[in-house]
Write a protein that binds this ligand. Structure first.
Ligand code: PLP
Length: 395
């Protein structure tokens, strides 16, 4: 047998991909499966973005680009962030601190490889994106869950986060709007967190803002980039996957503290050299072109959200709080008598509806189920009807 590295046994996974595989296997057997499991927009990438990628290939952009990304793209990202988050003066983004990577995930991996390792503690949200805990453990660092609660709208509570910091804490990961809960952390809590971090200069912050455009009900995103006092220890992650329906293109970026940029670029050189050039040209067209398609997608997500949240809340034994962001609803299934994994399996097998158990996102997710509403209204309505029938038959 191969002599595997011991660290490999510590690497976790993202269950949504496993649910997707099971749903696809059932569909291949002829079952009619509605997939509310996977977190990816059900829209095509807008046409002018696709055209820009195709044109880049036709124009002969077939080689390596600089490891940190095309200079034009890094500048466009800095300008886009400045405009979207109204950054001025000290808060403006220096294009030299922008590093383009293949998706949102590489920034997480690189940040944890840089700041983790044996002897350090890393705080991360629970329930939260499962890759955080996986890569923290893989690095040898100790994962310290920040428990998020339904009664707080699954927002971060600054006092709780600050109280978990020790001299060994190297990194805190936060995520708003959040996967899997749709929770949005209010500005007051972010203000408080940033102020409290002043007493802990050894701590770096990774702010995962991949859902920065997906807020509903008139809410505005508060980027950690708006706080220049922590820019020298902020890693701000965002990308194209969700906003522009580009999950398969593999394109993302982070703004790094100046002192960490060279390490991030070196990790890129060791890992993937650079992001494929055509995707970068497509990403440039996305930022510089019309945003009508994005606005249209956001309006559709909001319409679906206002459909699915009350519908889930009205199901027997279920309760669903308002989800303010991303494209997930995270109802409690406590009253159904099912546990998270049991509900996930039952809904898939008996109702043909794919969802993801809350426990896939950490221990605090027990009693909850994640529904992605990146699916058509018709599918959402049909899924709800099927689950209603199933739950009524069981009671
Ligand atoms: N961060 C969060 C919170 C996510 O939910 C996801 C994707 O589901 C990502 C990052 C990763 O995005 P990407 O597909 O661009 O790697």
């Amino acid at each position: 047998a191969p002599r595997l590295a011991p660290s490999l046994s510590r690497l976790g996974t993202e269950s949504a991909f496993e649910v997707l595989a099971r749903a696809q296997a059932l569909a291949a057997q002829g079952r009619d499966i509605i997939n509310l499991g996977i977190g990816q927009p059900d829209f095509r990438t807008p046409e002018h973005i696709v055209e820009a990628g195709v044109k880049a290939l036709r124009d002969g952009h077939h080689g390596y680009t600089p490891a940190a990304g095309l200079p034009r793209l890094r500048a466009a990202v800095a300008a886009d962030l400045g405009a979207r988050h109204a950054l001025a003066g000290e808060a403006e983004v220096d294009p030299d601190t922008v590093v383009i990577v293949p998706g949102g995930k590489p920034t997480m991996f690189f940040a944890v490889m840089m700041l983790g390792g044996a002897g350090s503690e890393i705080l991360y949200p629970d329930p939260g994106f499962p890759i955080y805990q996986s890569v923290i453990r893989y690095s040898g660092a100790t994962p310290v869950p920040i428990a998020l609660h339904e009664e707080d709208g699954f927002a971060f509570d600054a006092d709780t986060v600050l109280s978990q910091i020790t001299p060994r804490t190297s990194l805190i990961i936060i995520n708003s709007p959040a996967n899997p809960t749709g929770g949005v952390t209010p500005k007051a809590q972010i203000d408080k967190l940033v102020a409290g971090l002043e007493a802990h200069p050894h701590v770096t912050l990774l702010s995962d803002e991949i859902y920065s455009q997906m807020l509903y009900g008139g809410r505005r995103h508060v980027s950690l980039l708006s706080y220049p006092q922590i820019r020298d220890r902020l890693i701000m992650l965002d990308g194209w996957s969700k906003t522009y329906a580009m999950t398969g293109w593999r394109l993302g970026y982070a703004v790094w503290p100046k002192a960490l940029v060279e390490h991030a670029v070196r990790l890129c050189i060791n890992d993937h050299s650079c992001v494929n050039a055509a995707a970068q040209f497509a990403g440039l067209a996305a930022l510089e072109g019309p945003q009508d398609a994005v606005n249209d997608m956001l309006a559709q997500f909001d319409r679906r959200r206002t459909e699915i949240v009350p519908a889930l809340d009205a199901l027997p034994g279920m309760r669903c709080a308002d989800a303010a962001g991303a494209f997930y609803a995270f109802p409690s299934i406590e009253g159904t008598g099912l546990d998270a994994r049991g509900a996930q399996d039952l809904f898939l097998q008996q109702a043909g509806v794919a969802t993801v158990a809350g426990t896939s996102f950490g221990a605090s997710g027990e009693g909850y189920l994640r529904f992605s509403y990146a699916a058509s209204l018709e599918h959402i309505q049909a899924a709800i009807a099927r689950i209603r029938t199933l739950l009524e038959e069981r009671s």
